[in-house]
Design a protein around this ligand. Structure first.
Ligand code: AOF
Ligand code: ZN
Length: 408
């Protein structure tokens, strides 16, 4: 097997932690000796042991003497500081595998190259950048949480054959039982689920995960004018629901909700999502309705979209939202289809303290992530040509200058 195959195994392991690692990155690690995996581990829960620790821990007693002859593969650079848990680089130096293969650097400024440096200084060879793009894409949620201080935002909707998402005054069901299971599986992957108050009034949903693996998400209702019916299922069933409103709580003691008020002046999606993040919520699945989702798309605040497309002939009512992103997944579910997308481009403007020699005052670094289509690649190269032209180019392209934001 090649390095890339082993790295893919790390990615698969890492993904198992997605629902439980909170603000931490998902990470997978394996130890390989003579083409045999002798240990595997992943970061299972926020605050818990890191992938490397679990990997060493899972080596069988009879294989322990092989560790110093094995290669360690890890999807993210090993950490080099003592946070909630001790530094992984220290543990690796102690265990001394023959080499370490790393997917990508840890963007956390507390690590960012220092983990690899520590290993190299202790004579452990490190190979960096195996399947780097995929490794970076794996920790997308971590980067959003860490640098933007907001949750990862995923949209989910169902649509008819003609891309209508519903009727204004009537609840309508498009998709089959397989799509329903898929929808619940998605709910099991996200820490919270959000809908607008119109959907609560129209559909009166429970929004829990009854059919998929994993827990039910925390429920959130966007209700600027406090119209949520106190006897709705979301307020009277299951765990507490968060209601975000411009006005004061309309609740009674008996209603199960946490009311968060955001003033009219600061009411916008940025504030709302940052406020949700302050509640410790690191991912949100926005289930509707389509009008609310479209406003999020217009703000450019969506990260993923999950679409269940049916053959239902509805061709009037509310248009389904529309996104342009990189296709992640496409699955046929009998006569329905499931498609998922990821926001394609991220622009980062770095202001550097030490300017590039050919540059007048700033260097603009434009980083695209998740790019795979020709169009994005062309764009990338043409923009890269302008990278060192600084303020002149900013002006020319109409780019607004931002402070360093470290967000890839
Ligand atoms: C690793 N392996 O599996 C993860 C890493 O507070 P702590 O101790 O859990 O540290 C969290 C930081 O460690 C996190 O911000 C990120 O930089 C890194 N995560 N590093 O070597 C892992 N999850
Ligand atoms: Zn670590």
């Amino acid at each position: 097997m090649r390095n890339a195959d082993y790295m893919r195994r790390c990615f698969d392991l890492a993904k198992k932690g997605f629902r439980y690692t909170g603000q931490n990155p998902i990470v997978g690690a394996i130890l390989v000796y003579e083409n045999r995996i002798i240990g595997e581990g992943y970061h299972e829960a926020y605050g818990g042991p890191h992938a490397e620790v679990n990997c060493f821990q899972n080596v069988r007693t009879k294989d322990e003497m092989l560790i110093h002859k094995a290669k360690l593969y890890v999807s993210l650079e090993p950490c080099s500081f003592h946070g909630k848990t001790p530094a992984c680089s220290t543990l690796i130096i102690k265990k001394k595998p023959v080499a370490v293969v790393v997917g990508c650097l840890d963007p956390n400024p507390k690590v960012s190259g220092k983990g690899i440096e520590a290993l190299r200084q202790n004579n452990i060879p490190v190979q960096l950048g195996i399947l780097e793009e995929e490794a970076k894409s794996l920790i997308k949620k971590f980067k959003i949480n860490h640098f933007q201080k907001r949750p990862l935002i995923a949209l989910k909707w169902a649509q008819s054959k003609y891309r209508y998402a519903g009727l204004r005054d009537q609840s309508i069901w498009f998709t089959n039982q397989y799509s329903r299971v898929k929808a619940h599986q998605l709910r099991g992957q996200f820490e919270s689920i959000m809908i607008g108050v119109n959907s609560v009034i129209l559909d009166n949903p429970k929004l829990d995960n009854r059919l998929g693996i994993g827990p039910s998400p925390q429920k959130i209702i966007i209700d600027p004018r406090a119209r949520v019916p106190i006897d709705s299922q979301m307020l009277s069933y299951g765990e507490n629901t968060i209601v975000i409103s411009k006005v004061q709580a309309k609740t009674t003691d008996s209603s199960r909700c946490k009311w968060i008020q955001i003033s009219d002046d600061s009411w916008n999606w940025n504030t709302i999502f940052r406020r949700i993040f302050q509640e410790g919520i690191t991912s949100v699945l926005v289930e509707g309705g389509p009008t609310l989702q479209t406003t999020i798309i217009k703000e450019g605040l969506w990260d993923e979209a999950h679409v269940l497309s049916s053959k239902h002939p509805l061709q009037h009512g509310i248009r389904a939202p529309k996104v342009e992103g990189r296709r992640l997944d496409h699955v046929t579910l009998a006569d329905d289809e499931y498609l998922s997308y990821r926001q394609r481009i991220g622009l980062v403007f770095y202001e550097v303290s030490k300017p590039h020699p050919t540059c007048i005052d700033y260097v603009l670094v434009i980083i695209f992530w998740q790019t795979s289509t020709c169009c994005a690649t062309d764009q990338r190269y043409s923009l890269r040509l302008h990278c060192f032209a600084s303020a002149r180019i900013r002006q020319h392209l109409g780019f607004e200058h931002r402070k360093r934001c470290d967000y890839e």
